[in-house]
Design a protein around this ligand. Sequence first.
Ligand code: PEP
Length: 255
Amino acid sequence: MSKKFIAGNWKLNPDTGEQAIELCWQLKIALAPFVKVKIAVCPPSIVLPMIAEFFKGTNVAVGAQDIYWEDAGAFTGEISGPMIKSAGCSHVIIGHSERRQYFGETNQTVHKKINAALRHNLLPIVCVGETLEQRESSVMKDIVREQIVEALSGMQDILLGNLVIAYEPVWAIGTGKTATPEQAQEMHRFIRELLTENFSESLSETTPILYGGSVKADNAAELFSQPDIDGALVGGASLKADSFAAIVKSGEELS
Ligand code: PEP
């Protein structure tokens, strides 16, 4: 896969709509030169319609950070596929480790959310990754296999061309600790083989696999040089236009 994909996860930031628009202006200017990479930002749901409108017709796509699996009904606090689609989004992050850790997300709920995203023509960015304890006990590949196989079970045909996976080791998210390029590459290769074995060769070849976990301007290029790393899901460094643009620039140079 030659075209790198860089997505920013804003998480629960910034505090106000004004600050969000200010960041968008800075991003629009800083990201304008990059035409070879794919770029997306995933702000909090409350500002999605405004930000999708802001980036309409530009090189920046907009995604949600979560989706509920039902389209409507008595589900207080949730946001649905039709809402995300009508807000002007094209992507949605599903199964982020913070949602697994703090909000009870499981491989089964991730599965239902992927179905909901696909029903509404939203590209799911499905997050997987092991905790530090799981890595230290050398079960990280079993964990990632289970996350992927359970989340995608029975979906091989509809997923083709409609799936992005983000490998995000939990111990590297927001900690300043990045997986070494070799550690990340090893897991990305494993994921690619897993897709071939459990789904199809074409799904494996066409699914971008992003790395996430303290990606910064100074480590992006080395990560992106690995053969199975197709881009990054960026948290903290996506909240400053200059640091996000520097990561995107590394992607552009390797696209
Ligand atoms: C993330 O939120 O998906 C993430 C990778 O965060 P950070 O880049 O801050 O580690």
